[in-house]
Write a protein that binds this ligand. Structure first.
Ligand code: FAD
Length: 536
């Protein structure tokens, strides 16, 4: 097991209690920070801080939720906290919930409570890096020991960057000791401790939405889901990522463990060990990058690159990102975000995102490609923001990494390979059951038109009670023309990036944009322009 990243101070605080600060890592199993907090302490304060900025309703946001998170993820988090509280109670403790700016709340608690150790899981996200620095500085100046182990990922990203990693150190040894009890909660003084709030108590109105995500939050549910997955040993052993069906929604084609891994309700290290156990007893099994272990390695890969790349979440100032003059077209962005592109495959996926906060990996590929280099040529950062808010598994490193990948801005450069918004989905689901479920307005469109309803004769549209252009939008672009244009633009942008060895300036991007705009004008259908002239 990785040794503690502990900061010790000769002027140790005199208290005998520990503060266990939960952020992600919302679990009891394989939680080295919680284990360390419990060891040799007379009392433990298990704390979660509700950050209003993250949790409170934002009436101006584009969908129900807070400024930073959609309502599905907030709900998932509250369920995870309630489950954690209940597990802590079984061990003789409870979750202390406080509200406020986390840094300030933490410092106040360290001041008021009988704390000699502050324990929390190490977090590589820039938001936590900044917050943790502030809290650590305060704690060490106050003589409080800080213990902040890496347990969210298989490897420590910093070790990988320094080329120190081989096998994960814990891989062949048992994980963190199972806790049978936790020392009692100490005196909380004047701090106003809350129960885990409900959505309603946070100010949300349940009628906001007609369908919530079917995935319940919490460690218990994450472990149950893992056990259920592991029951089918053959499926686990033969898992090969690109082979799954993105349209399978009744029984998804992958594990749907991502939201549990995101919040740390499930330890990726425990998951990894369970997979190794299945492989040991299997006649043969798939291997990375396509196997399930491979998926966990992808997760660690994105954590590592994200940690080691300044401005990883931006195009500008990001050394590994191609500089591309994306469009700033808010109308097209809104059509995509609100499932109004007129392409049922794309719109159904975007509805699943809004209603469930989870979609299959290849479904994410389809919509990300469509928004960026495939059809609309809108900036990947805009799509990333929408995913970041709406996904229940929204994860800073993985989300940015995959948007960089799908937009051919980094990692993957074959921009000529575009997902068709028509034929890709049809390959898996010729009858369009997935579309019919998420876009019920199209439920009676015959299968031969379900992926291109605008081609259905008016009589067919009338019979299906869905007139295209009235009940369901016409396509926002012609895929054939738009994808050709996108490829051309990507080719030109890549050439500039290559010529300037990546040092593409704002001026270069402006020039490219101007050139594209002139090209677009020339592309206007001439006969129509001529006809307009005649009419005028
Ligand atoms: P499984 O296939 O069962 O894989 C098991 C676990 O491996 C996942 O839970 C996840 O933790 C990890 N994993 C799988 N695929 C990837 C991948 N490509 N990159 C990194 N880790 C992976 N995943 C997130 O967890 N959070 C995100 O915010 C996120 N944003 C994405 C954005 C785009 C544009 C794309 C194309 C993909 C994104 N992914 C994201 C990656 C991937 O789609 C999901 O992890 C996966 O679909 C989750 O379903 P699952 O748990 O059933 O995956």
């Amino acid at each position: 097991m990785k040794l503690p990243l502990s900061l010790t101070n000769p002027n140790m605080a005199s208290g005998s209690g520990s503060l266990m600060w939960f952020r992600k890592g919302l679990r009891i199993h394989d939680n080295p920070a919680l284990e360390y907090a419990s060891r040799g302490s007379t009392c433990v304060y298990p704390l979660f801080v509700i950050d209003p900025h993250y949790m409170e309703p934002d009436p101006n946001a584009f969908s129900p939720g807070s400024t930073r998170a959609g309502i599905n993820r907030i709900r998932f988090l509250l369920e995870s906290l309630a489950d954690l509280d209940s597990s802590l109670k079984k061990l003789g403790s409870r979750l202390l919930v406080l509200k406020g700016e986390p840094g300030e709340v933490l410092i106040r608690c360290l001041n008021e409570w009988d704390v000699k150790k502050l324990c929390f899981e190490y977090d590589t996200d820039p938001y936590y890096q900044a917050l943790d620095k502030k809290v650590k500085n305060y704690a060490s100046a106050a003589g409080i020991e800080v213990f902040s182990p890496v347990s969210h990922t298989l490897f420590n990203p910093a070790d990988i960057i320094e080329k120190l990693a081989g096998e994960p150190l814990w891989a062949s040894s048992p994980l963190s000791v199972e806790l049978s009890s936790i020392p009692p909660v100490g005196d909380v003084g004047s701090c106003e401790i809350l129960q885990v709030p409900t959505l309603k108590e946070l100010g949300y109105v349940e009628e906001y939405q007609d369908e919530f995500t079917p995935f319940r939050g919490g460690e218990s549910e994450g472990l149950r889901r893992l056990r259920e997955t592991l029951c089918d040993k053959e499926w686990v052993a033969n898992f090969e990522k690109p082979k799954g069906d993105p349209s399978a929604y009744i029984k998804p084609a992958t594990t749907v463990l991502s939201p549990y891994l995101k919040f740390g309700c499930l330890s990726s290290r425990y998951f990894y060990q369970c997979l190794q156990d299945v492989y040991k007893n299997a006649k043969r099994h798939s291997s990375p990058p396509v196997s399930l272990v491979g998926q966990l390695l992808w997760r660690d890969f994105f954590y590592t690159v994200a940690f080691g790349t300044p401005n990883f979440d931006k195009m500008k100032g990001n050394k590994i990102c191609k500089q591309i003059p994306w469009n700033d077209d808010d109308k097209l962005l809104a059509a995509w975000r609100e499932a109004r592109t007129g392409f049922p495959w794309i719109d159904a996926i975007m509805v699943q995102l809004r209603k469930w906060g989870w979609m299959h990996h290849l479904a994410r590929h389809s919509v990300a490609c469509f928004l960026t280099r495939g059809d609309l040529f809108v900036h990947w950062e805009k799509g990333r923001d929408v995913f970041e808010r709406l996904l229940i598994d929204s994860d800073w490193a993985i989300n940015n990494g995959n948007w960089l990948w799908l937009s051919c801005s980094s990692f993957f450069y074959q921009y000529n390979r575009i997902y068709s918004p028509i034929s890709f989905g049809r390959k898996y689901d010729p009858n369009g059951n997935y579309i019919r479920h998420f876009l019920p307005i199209l439920k009676d469109i015959p299968k031969e038109y379900i992926y291109e309803p605008w081609t259905a004769p008016l009589s067919v549209q009338t019979k299906a009670k869905c007139i295209i252009g009235r009940d369901y939008p016409k396509p926002v672009v012609s895929h054939e023309t738009a994808s050709k244009e996108c490829k051309k633009k990507m080719g030109e942008a890549y050439a500039v990036n290559q010529r300037l060895n990546g040092a593409v300036s704002e001026e270069d991007l402006r020039n490219l944009r101007r050139k594209f705009a002139e090209g677009d004008e020339e592309q206007q259908p001439k006969p129509r322009r001529l006809r307009q002239k005649l009419i005028n």
